[in-house]
Design a protein around this ligand. Structure first.
Ligand code: PEP
Ligand code: MG
Length: 539
């Protein structure tokens, strides 16, 4: 914290860029378990009612929010459907504990487990559990305890904020989110970024009482009761940000920038069909990466062939003639999938994940390849295998795929083998790139950097070392791009680096001419390439 003449300034970490000015509203829910308990039967009935009500509330929120938000809420629904957990809570009521005490202690134990996980992704899930705990407790108390009404345009401040609470807030009048703890990789941070709500996390302790707040999601600061000078500087920064966003969006409509006379193709990364609803997606040159493992997180277990075919077909229809690169399931590592991935691996990032896992589970892989082979006749489809180490893996995948196409054709079902490519994200694949007979390559810089630098990509403590601009990472990117140029094979980069302005000069200098980014970064990246190619520096 820094004191100033009249205002206080706090610094945290950016979770979503943008600016908000408004009253500071604290929304921490009370979780103390005070309630007068009834008989055993009354307590069990009260808890059943509170849980059913919570299920309905979450389902309603998911239906309104749709897309990624609905997927995030699935985690809470799955927990309410965990019979072992729920039965243990009812047994605890049977032993004489009040409904709220039984519920809180079971949920607190789960929250403790998630909080002690080393993996930052799992740690971030503890706020989803705290949300569920508080929702059921509020229902048990007849709706009390979900925090105050929030006036539009407020800077909402909480210790941490669960996704469902975020979705209940009316953000139509703007506003922002200031969290004392929280993480930039949490689900609520993803939602804030998708909706353009500025968000700063890890602010530490700040006063309880309301005040005028200035939240700067770029500088990661929160200023309270600002002086006239603080206000003036804040408005100046906000205006610069607004102008740069406006010119970036205007640039979207122009043909893609070129770099040293060569056209740069900008594609988008999607996880689900709904991501194509983003207003900027239409300006992309195609889809550079569809992460199909997110289909596995949807309700009802592993998706059947028809469900998958409909999803792939919808993406191809949206793209029309533009290329669509669909990546086969990249489950495992930081993306565990119950019933598919292997539990208890000592080191899941180096374990049976990506193509390794698919080849080990042909009964699951076959369903996906059948859906893809059928979709291939419907548009400009390219299929990409993730986490490939050796050419034999690519060839094993190709053979299985070709056999599947043959058997579909024998069944008189329209199908074809699409172009097959690989992710270049294992250092061995980048170093031995010439040994792969792939139709295209796409560099996964997120994993490539983690393996080259020996830094778990989800471990925040390693952030200073996890530098994707490290010369060793750039060397492998440049070698891959050079191999593509020499052999006339298409090479793109679809990791997060492609969406980071500061990385663009290095990526272009490495020889890359195709980048795939989230739709929300498309405008800014196009704008930056334009500026760089007309001789300007980074903004
Ligand atoms: C990557 O590793 O850079 C990549 C694009 O894939 P993911 O982030 O899904 O592992
Ligand atoms: Mg990867």
């Amino acid at each position: 914290m820094q004191g100033s003449a009249t205002g206080l300034a706090y610094r945290g970490r950016t979770a979503s860029i943008g600016f908000a000015r408004g009253p500071l509203v604290r929304v921490d829910a009370s979780t103390t378990c005070e309630r007068v308990a009834g008989t055993l039967v009354e307590e069990a009935l009260a808890l059943r009612k509170a849980i059913d009500l919570a299920s309905g509330q979450i389902a309603e929120l998911a239906a309104i929010a749709g897309g990624e938000a609905a997927q995030i809420l699935e985690f809470q629904v799955a927990l309410l459907e965990d019979q072992d957990l729920i039965e243990a809570i009812f047994s605890s009521i049977g032993e004489g504990n009040g409904a709220d005490v039984a519920w809180c202690s079971a949920l607190d134990a789960q929250i403790g487990d998630y909080n002690s996980a080393e993996d930052e992704y799992l740690k971030a899930r503890s706020s989803d559990l705290a949300d569920l705990r508080d929702r059921v407790i509020a229902n048990l108390r007849g709706g009390e305890g979900r925090g105050p009404e929030i006036p539009g345009g407020s800077v909402v401040c909480a210790d941490d904020l669960p996704p469902s609470r975020f979705l209940e807030i009316d953000w139509s009048a703007g506003g922002g989110l200031a969290l004392l703890r929280g993480s930039p990789t949490s689900h609520v941070a993803m939602l804030a970024r998708a909706r353009g709500i500025p968000m700063v996390v890890q602010l530490g302790a700040i006063p309880q009482v309301g005040a005028t707040a200035l939240l700067d999601g770029e500088g990661a600061t929160l200023e309270l009761d600002p002086s006239a000078e603080q206000l003036r500087l804040f408005e100046q920064r906000r205006e610069i940000h607004r102008k740069s966003r406006a010119s970036a969006r205007a640039i979207l409509r122009r043909p893609t920038a070129s770099w040293r006379g060569e056209r740069i193709k900008l594609l988008i990364n999607i996880q689900r069909v709904e991501d194509l609803d983003h207003a900027d997606a239409q300006y992309a040159d195609g889809i550079g990466l569809m992460r199909t493992e997110f289909l596995l997180a949807e309700r009802g277990g592993l998706p059947d062939e028809e469900t998958q075919y409909r999803a792939y077909d919808a993406v191809l229809r949206w793209a029309d003639r533009r290329p669509v690169t669909i990546r086969t399931f990249d489950a495992g590592g930081d993306k565990p999938v119950p019933g598919f991935t292997i539990d208890g691996e000592a080191n899941p990032f180096l374990g049976v994940r990506g193509l390794r896992l698919c080849l080990a589970r042909p009964e699951i892989f076959t369903v996906q390849l059948r859906a893809l082979a059928r979709a291939a006749v419907r548009g400009n489809l390219r299929v990409m295998f993730p986490m490939v180490t050796a050419p034999d893996e690519l060839e094993a995948g190709r053979k299985l795929f070709a056999d599947i196409v043959q058997s579909l054709q024998a069944e008189r079902i329209a199908a074809m083998l699409p172009e097959l490519g690989i992710m270049v994200e294992v250092p061995a694949a980048a170093l031995a790139i010439a040994t792969f007979k792939a139709a295209f390559f796409s560099i996964g810089s997120n994993d490539l950097a983690q393996y080259v630098l020996a830094c778990d990509r989800s471990n925040g403590a390693l952030a200073p070392l996890m530098d994707s601009l490290h010369p060793a990472v750039l060397e492998l990117i440049a070698r891959t791009a050079e191999h593509g140029r020499r052999t006339g094979t298409s090479v793109s980069l679809c990791g997060d680096m492609a969406g980071e302005e500061r990385c663009l000069p290095a990526l272009l200098n490495c020889g890359l001419r195709q980048l795939s980014v989230n739709a929300s970064s498309l405008a800014q990246i196009k704008h930056t390439i334009d500026r760089l190619s007309s001789g300007g520096g980074l903004g």
